[in-house]
Design a protein around this ligand. Structure first.
Ligand code: PLP
Ligand code: ZN
Length: 432
């Protein structure tokens, strides 16, 4: 793998450090294509568009690469040749997420009338119980490569926990920012790792704005904000969901995917991952459709999609799906492009439908999803009912987080009965 000379951390732009960033070749502007050397930058100097990683995969032999991946570890690093990480990552402390279960959801399929094969990619199985471990694992390696010693982020909850855990494992300081009124499960899960956790009086969009200010201030100097100045690297972690789904399906593309949307980063990178697998010849090229899922109380992308608009108009979130409550999603327009290009759609469900879907998934498949998983399952159901999602095709639904973090959503669920410890009492309760 190529060793690259990259711009180093902070204020002295003339400094360079030499690190191995795998096959990553440069940062490229998503809007105008302008390329800059790899570094902790995230916005194009020409047009302020978002920067993303451009790769040089030209040296890879498809079958050799497939063998290398299959012989790799049971975590995201099996895809290291396709990720912007130092090659010796295995020797450094990281939370090593990924290779989560792809559950063949036959019971759920029966309930929903899906005949073409229904799967749940269950990312609640990651170290801090959400898909955010994938993106943080990448950002941590980038932070290390660029010489940062503090990890930070603005978070709707899950990212805070993932950053706290990764920083603890790797010996970084962490200081993360969340809306002050998140679910207790998310707050505890983020605080327990011992880093600093700051509640901001405002919603996620306020938190994010604050972090952008902090980055430009001496107080934030030397900090790696995983979803801001490390965003190009962070975002690549979501590609591993696409890689895993295809590998677990026997190196095949699914026909349809249902993906939750907060900022939209995950959905766009799943598409990028699928495109890379096609280009590399690791899967046979065929059409696939990507469907985006939002909660009605925070549905700026869904509203734009259904209205036929290219512009995503910001909303003030009000939903129990707090992990998805980003009213001004950075990647919203790109999500619209992908849904339209692939023939998918973006849909939303209300809070009641989210709760119903959490219970449906739990009852049929033994998977306890957080509210974001309720959103994807609920939207899947709605899209089938509306004839938008084809039940005769292979469909993968993402569950990106663990229900234990959003217990309040199903607070009415509890004991069937309370009985005295004898059989008469058991019979009296009608349980015999
Ligand atoms: C559980 C869960 N699923 C999905 C998402 C969506 O992520 P993105 O911002 O990449 O759209 C988030 C974001 O916080 C999340 O916490
Ligand atoms: Zn640009």
């Amino acid at each position: 793998m190529a060793v690259q000379t990259v711009a180093s951390t902070t204020d002295n732009a003339t400094d360079t450090v030499t690190v191995d960033l795998g096959p990553a070749a440069a940062l490229s502007c998503r809007e105008c294509g302008h390329r800059v050397p790899l570094g902790p930058v995230f916005a194009c100097e020409e047009c302020f568009g978002p920067l993303e990683i451009a790769y040089d995969f030209s040296a890879y032999d498809t079958e050799e690469l497939r063998r290398q991946i299959e012989a790799g570890p049971a975590n995201i690093w099996r895809y290291a040749p396709l990720l912007p990480v130092p090659a010796d990552v295995a020797t450094k402390p990281n939370i090593n997420p990924g290779w989560t279960q792809l559950v063949k959801a036959d019971n759920l399929a029966r309930e929903l009338g899906v005949t073409g094969g229904l799967y749940v990619k269950d990312d609640s199985g990651n170290p801090t119980h959400s898909f955010k471990d994938r993106v943080v694992a990448q950002a941590l390696e980038a932070a290390r490569a660029f010489g940062f010693t503090t990890l930070s982020c603005s978070s709707t909850g899950n990212l805070a926990g993932a950053v706290g855990a990764a920083a603890a494992r790797a010996g970084f300081r962490s200081c993360v920012f969340i809306p002050h009124d998140l679910e207790q499960g998310k707050v505890v899960m983020a605080a327990v790792y011992g880093g600093e956790l700051v509640g901001i009086e405002g919603n996620y969009d306020d938190v994010n704005r604050f972090c952008s200010e902090l980055i430009g201030d001496p107080a934030g100097e030397g900090w790696g904000f995983v979803n801001v100045n490390l965003r190009p690297y962070y975002a690549e972690g979501s590609k591993t969901l696409a890689y895993e789904i295809c590998e677990q399906l026997g190196w095949q593309l699914p026909d349809q995917l249902v993906v939750p949307i907060a900022s939209g980063s995950q959905l766009t990178k799943i598409d990028k991952g699928l495109q890379e697998l096609i280009k590399l010849g690791l899967v046979e090229d065929k059409p696939y459709k990507i469907f985006g899922a939002q909660a009605e109380g925070c549905s700026p992308v869904s509203v734009a999609f259904k209205g036929g608009h290219d512009v995503v108009r910001p909303q003030k979130p009000n939903t129990i799906a707090k992990s998805l409550a980003i009213g001004n999603p950075a990647d919203g327009p790109y999500v619209l492009d992908i849904a339209r290009r692939t023939g998918g759609a973006v849909e939303d469900v209300n809070d009641e439908q989210v709760v119903d879907a959490i219970k449906l998934l739990a009852r049929t498949e033994g998977i306890f999803a957080e509210t974001a998983g309720g959103v994807t399952v609920g939207v899947t159901r709605k899209l089938i009912e509306d004839g938008v999602l084809d039940p005769t095709l292979t469909t993968v639904v993402l569950n990106t987080g663990d229900g234990l973090k959003t217990l309040d959503a199903v607070a009415g669920t509890g004991l069937t009965a309370t009985i005295r410890p004898n059989l008469d009492s058991f019979r009296e309760a009608g349980l015999a």
